[in-house]
Design a protein around this ligand. Structure first.
Ligand SMILES: [Zn+2]
Length: 178
């Protein structure tokens, strides 16, 4: 078996996406700001996977995200499993794109699906809309355990999972310094 050679250093030079999941109108702004401060400390882009439905109910969150150059990408319209919802997926992604452009004045590029659940159909539907469906990810604890030697393009966590957020500083330290 031929093993693909991976240049870990290359991977770490700002190429991975740090994905903060489930940001939406229910997000606690105070907790979210605490997380963002850690990203600022390391000058690493903070990417959010947005639950788009009802985001207009959180104007302070929208304002904070816009003012702080946080990257806004699609998680979902509502929290559904895309594999079971191919019929509504196209509509959901379109609605999400419209909401993100309206409130954040940017066009999303990625879809990080709920439960990292994607298949050929959903990947294809996203592609038709010029979006990249990216279900591949590694968790923060795994990232730390391997000292950043991971092949996944995305590192994910949830701002509300304090046991993971407590690891964020250490993980970004590895990302920036190792
Ligand atoms: Zn989620």
């Amino acid at each position: 078996m031929i093993q693909q050679k991976i240049n870990w250093k290359e991977r770490q030079k700002g190429k991975q996406i740090w994905r903060d999941d489930d940001i939406g109108h229910m997000t606690d702004l105070k907790k979210f700001k605490e997380v963002h401060e850690i990203f600022k400390k390391y000058k690493v882009t903070h990417t959010i996977a947005l639950i788009c439905k009802d985001i207009e109910k959180a104007p302070k969150l929208i304002d904070y995200i816009r003012k702080n150059d946080i990257s806004v990408q699609i998680h979902c319209w509502d929290h559904v499993d895309f594999k079971n919802s191919a019929l509504t997926l196209q509509e959901d992604l379109l609605n999400c794109s419209v909401a993100i452009e309206k409130h954040f004045k940017v066009a999303p590029k990625y879809v990080f699906p709920p439960w990292n659940s994607a298949d050929e159909t959903s990947i294809g539907i996203a592609k038709e809309l010029d979006l990249i469906m990216e279900p591949e990810k590694i968790s923060l604890p795994q990232y730390i355990r391997t000292k950043g030697h991971v092949k996944e393009p995305v590192i994910n966590f949830h701002y509300w999972a304090y046991e993971h957020v407590m690891l964020l500083d250490a993980a970004l330290n590895i990302y920036v310094n190792e």
